[in-house]
Design a protein around this ligand. Structure first.
Ligand code: MRU
Length: 338
């Protein structure tokens, strides 16, 4: 089993939830306690915790915690408050499918066992399962990374975006542990620098050879045959296989097609949204202008969509805990899982 000594993305100890504040990384390692539902809403919305699976785990604990003082309610009222709280949490980041997937699981657990303890047990289960899923993704995707390869990734689909190991990074950690030598090229990922602050930091922390690039340098590296594979995570995969991921992912998929490089996506099967037909049907989160403008830009208006849609036709394969699938095989793959 691959072991990482990185700080945990989130902690559940003594009935308390703490989140590693990812806005402060890599300068400071600080945990923030989350006591109230409103704290969780804000922490997910302001990216204290981010990355689809980590958002789901944090939301599961926060939703369960919100029902701690509600056990005196009758079953119907308990379930009604639980559903309301879930809806409220789902609104904090609309694009990541794992958020509503996780809160739905807590609501279903509440139907079965309407107690605080029952909900917490389900949240712990979601948390533990995520680690096993990331390990399996690592095993299924490892063969894509060969000795001497340069692998390009975008944003952070790393350990910090999950319970541990990450999705896109899991095959990297797997191969690194097996002694395979390769380099990871990390897009800095404007406007919030998840690549520069989080991915470059966590891969370097683990001893993987990393090179950081500005987002606008990728095409030049492709043109000079310096990219062998692109491997990214995703916030949602729709029924037709469209991939929604951090803004800038689509650029890489187009570059891959132009230069004949494989474009792979890694995610848990809980990221598949089988009820949404295509990427165009997904609510893409729009974030505040100041994230783009920073402190040095002229005070103009900006565009700030947090995610883009990569058409299924540009995706070479999707690595999951159950193996690798393609858009053409997706409906059979999802049917087999049921
Ligand atoms: O806005 P963020 O930082 O939450 O965006 C994260 C991503 O785009 C990740 O690639 C995605 O959530 C997959 S995480 C395993």
């Amino acid at each position: 089993m691959v072991e990482l000594s990185l700080p945990e993305t989130l902690r559940w100890q003594n009935n308390e939830l703490s989140l590693l504040d990812q806005r402060k990384l890599p300068a400071e390692i600080v945990y923030q306690r989350v006591d109230h539902l409103q704290d969780a809403w804000l922490a997910i919305n302001n990216l204290t915790v981010r990355g689809a699976p980590a958002i789901g785990i944090a939301a599961a604990y926060a939703l369960a915690l919100s029902m701690r003082a509600r056990e005196q309610l009758g079953k119907a009222d308990f379930i009604s408050v639980l559903n309301q709280n879930a809806q409220y949490l789902n609104s904090c980041r609309p694009t990541a499918f794992n958020l509503s997937w996780a809160t739905r699981r807590i609501c279903v657990a509440g139907q079965r066992q309407p107690t605080y303890q029952g909900l917490i047990e389900e949240a712990v289960c979601i948390h533990n399962e995520d680690l096993a899923i990331c390990q399996a993704i690592g095993k299924h995707g490892a063969h894509l990374i060969q000795s001497g390869n340069n692998v390009l990734t975008h944003c952070n689909a790393g350990s910090l975006a999950t319970s541990r190991l990450g999705t896109a990074t899991a095959p990297m950690y797997e191969q690194h542990a097996a002694g395979v030598k390769f380099q990871v090229i990390v897009d800095e990922t404007r406007p919030l620098y998840q690549g520069a602050r989080l991915t470059a930091w966590e891969l370097d922390y683990a001893g993987i050879d990393v090179r950081l690039i500005c987002d606008n340098m990728a095409a030049t590296l492709f043109a000079h045959n310096q990219i062998d594979l692109v491997l990214v995570g995703t916030d949602r995969v729709t029924a037709n296989g469209d991939v929604i991921n951090k803004i800038g992912t689509l650029n890489l998929a187009i570059l891959c097609r132009h230069f004949g490089v494989d474009f792979y996506v890694a995610c848990p099967s809980s990221t598949f949204d089988a009820n949404t037909p295509t990427g165009d049907d997904v609510n893409i989160e729009q974030r505040p202008n100041d994230e783009v403008l920073g402190t040095h830009a002229a005070k103009v208006r900006a565009f700030n969509p947090a995610f883009d849609i990569t058409p299924a036709a540009l995706v070479s394969g999707i690595i999951t805990e159950h193996g690798v699938t393609t858009a053409e095989n997706l409906s059979r793959f999802l049917n087999d899982l049921q």
